[in-house]
Design a protein around this ligand. Structure first.
Ligand SMILES: C[S@@+](CC[C@H](N)C(=O)[O-])C[C@H]1O[C@@H](n2cnc3c(N)ncnc32)[C@H](O)[C@@H]1O
Length: 669
């Protein structure tokens, strides 16, 4: 019974809850108990338990065929090598449980996640154990593939060294179809001393995960399943996992507290963590035995059927899911864009389509901010006593289909100022709409439409106010500076530009999914291209910092639009190490005086949706540690026909330069 019905396994719209079980050779009964009776969505169960079929003499006086009886014995200490050591004549090992026929392929696939035998130790000093482990791992994964399972859980590496385990998993990953592998890792990170470390001496399990997945070439089919313990690491340390490929959170019944009525519940910090996991489509698995003194747990229900012992835990997890705030309308609309890489627009080189203009025009907050800015500028420009005499000349450069013309006229009406508007637009298709708009609204006396590139227009008079919106997710990346340099020729020396400035920002992020999506293209060009993306499954590792600022107008003869910035980021001291897959980029723009507009997370304009952030990938992810700052370099380079960014990391380890000479990505002039 899926508790949420709104999406598939990978959707944060649904809650899928599994239960960890022991091995059973009667899988239909196992499912009937945990799914039909218990209400769980799937079981996390060992696929294999080793049986020995022993043939041994019953009665030596009988014929040869009856001399031996078959004895089936469950043998948890089975190892493949024991079979060979004993010779195959009297012992046969069956490394596989019951028949695949007991369930339909669709049932295997939707209701069973396989658990690989936990005894395997591929990095053991004991060669026999190591070889046995490899044989077993490969056999079990082959069986899981045969059953069409969606996922298999790999046991936690036994020590901190996991190279041979990773090598073997990497071999498996190369030929794997749709099966996902989840590496089981305890959610631990000690605060420096080794008190919190696990018995294997693990101080920060993220490091184990990081080594394993890097050894496995950052394969997208390898994910992590976190064992959530009763003690949780610091907030910053937990935050790192939100950018990782976490598929499941396995919560032991020991980690639950007991509420006043004797029912299981979780601490506030656990609740917050689980809500974060739900939001990132991480599935919850309940594991362990009933440890709470639940009156009703062992009771029968009204129909007299036995209640599942872990039902109260499932009910509590479902309660946490249901009490999450519903997504705001706009977030719901944008769900399909989460972590989806898009090429940035090139509005100067290309002509935008009607659909794109339409999306802009629905963003009323943006135009409210512009109207406020224009209103303030008009009042500053023309004092009240001159309001009926003076006409302000305002030019909307890059007018599109006219929303900024409308916002400007409304600002004039609101402030009782007289206004003459020029609407300059280089997209001939948008100009058609502009003409219709002006006619329809009866603005012919106030608005003149100019079908021209602002950089080349010869204006009949100079403007008091120049209004534009040529901003990209990274501020200057749609070439607002170059366009406004051209347009400021027709701004009066004391004229006002709205916006008056804009600044780009970056911050380092863990973004495992984005990195893998870029990597999937298997070429350099995609690693040297910034993408517009609605960031969701990312961990923001340090506060963002300003990169490039442009102010308008800028009449200085020395002005140029090339820029270089070196930035240093420090991770919070209790965060632990993290992997940087690239940089999230944002902008903030001062429209006029205190009126601003932007998407930088700490100052973003609420409810505005015209811009998603930008993502600059790194060709090779960089591991960072709180004690060693991350040093990053960004360049804005300008040629005669194009503008581009180059970027690199110089510390803690140098990365190659990205996008040299704009070889992979550039914006056309
Ligand atoms: C981001 S859109 C904004 C459109 C409109 N102002 C709005 O807010 O919906 C930028 C507009 O500027 C136009 N544009 C870009 N560069 C231009 C240039 N050099 N001269 C004239 N128009 C330009 C584009 O065609 C596009 O219509």
């Amino acid at each position: 019974m899926p508790l949420g019905e709104r999406g598939g396994w990978e959707s944060s719209e649904s809650m899928y809850c599994g239960v960890e079980t022991d091995f059973s050779d009667d899988v239909p009964s196992l499912l009937s108990f945990h799914i039909s009776t218990g209400g769980f969505d799937y079981v996390l169960a060992p696929l294999v338990c080793f049986f020995h079929y022993y043939y041994f003499p019953l009665d030596s006086s009988l014929s040869l065929t009856s001399l031996f009886a078959l004895r089936l014995q469950m043998n948890p200490s089975y190892r493949p090598s024991l079979v060979e050591a004993n010779g195959s004549s009297d012992t046969q090992a069956l490394p596989v449980s019951g028949s695949d026929l007991v369930l339909a392929p669709s049932q295997w696939s939707s209701h069973v996640v396989g658990k690989v035998s936990s005894w395997i130790d591929l990095d053991s000093e004991d060669e026999v154990l190591r070889m046995d482990s490899e044989t077993t791992l490969k056999q079990e994964i082959a069986w899981a593939t045969h059953l069409s399972l969606q996922a298999c859980l790999l046991p936690t590496p036994k020590g901190t060294s996991c190279a041979n385990y990773a090598r073997c998993v990497n071999q498996i990953l190369q030929g794997l179809g749709n099966l996902q592998l989840w590496l089981r890792v305890p959610l631990v990170k000690s605060d420096g001393d080794s008190m919190d470390a696990t018995s294997e001496g693990l101080n920060d399990s993220w490091e184990l995960w990081n080594s394993f997945r890097l050894l496995c070439e950052h394969d997208s089919k390898l994910s992590v399943a976190l064992d959530v313990m009763s003690n949780l690491p610091s907030e910053s340390s937990l935050g790192r996992w939100m950018g990782e490929s976490v598929r499941a959170a396995i919560i032991s019944t020991d980690s639950f507290l007991t509420n006043a009525r004797g029912y299981p519940c979780l601490s506030k910090r656990h609740q917050k963590l689980i809500a974060g996991f739900f939001d990132h489509a991480v599935q919850v698995v309940v594991s362990g035995k009933l440890v709470h003194n639940l009156q009703r747990a062992s009771d029968s229900n009204a129909e007299g059927t036995q209640r599942h012992p872990l039902r109260s835990y499932l009910d509590y997890v479902a309660y946490l899911f249901q009490k999450m705030e519903p997504l705001p309308e706009q977030e719901r609309i944008e769900l399909g864009y989460r972590d989806f890489l898009q090429a940035p627009l090139q509005p100067l080189m290309d002509n935008l389509e009607a659909q794109t203009y339409e999306t802009f025009e629905r963003d009323s907050i943006k135009y409210i901010q512009y109207q406020r800015a224009v209103a303030k500028a008009l009042v500053d420009r023309v004092p009240d006593e001159k309001a009926s005499e003076l006409t302000t000349v305002l030019m909307v450069v890059g007018a599109g289909r006219g929303p900024l013309v409308r916002a400007s006229l409304q600002a004039a009406e609101e402030t009782d100022r007289k206004l003459k508007v020029y609407a300059v637009e280089k997209n001939p298709n948008a100009v058609v709409t502009l003409h219709n708009l002006v006619k329809m609204e009866g603005w012919e006396d106030m608005v003149t439409i100019i079908s021209c590139d602002m950089r080349f227009w010869t204006a009949p008079e100079k403007a008091d106010i120049l209004v534009s919106e040529l901003l990209g997710s990274f501020g200057d990346n749609e070439l607002s500076p170059e366009c406004l340099d051209g347009a400021q020729r027709f701004l009066k020396p004391d004229g006002i530009s709205i916006p008056s400035s804009y600044t780009s920002f970056i911050q380092p992020v863990t973004a495992s999914k984005l990195y893998n999506d870029v990597k999937a293209h298997k070429d350099l060009a995609h690693f040297e291209t910034p993408y517009v993306v609605k960031l969701h499954s990312v961990a923001r590792l340090a506060p963002s910092q300003p990169v490039f600022t442009f102010a308008h107008p800028n009449f200085s003869t020395k002005a140029n639009n090339q820029r270089y910035k070196k930035l240093r980021f420090n991770l919070p001291s209790d965060a632990g190490s993290a992997l940087v897959h690239g940089f999230a980029g944002y902008f903030d723009s001062v429209l006029y005086k205190d009126v601003h507009l932007g998407i930088e997370p700490t100052t973003e304009t609420p409810n505005m949706f015209s811009w998603f952030p930008i993502f600059f990938p790194l060709r090779k992810p960089v591991e960072v540690h709180p004690n060693f700052p991350l040093e990053v370099h960004f360049w804005r380079c300008c040629g005669s026909t194009k503008v581009w960014y180059e970027w690199s990391v110089s510390s803690p380890a140098p990365s190659p330069m990205h996008n040299t000479n704009g070889r992979s990505y550039w914006v056309g002039l």
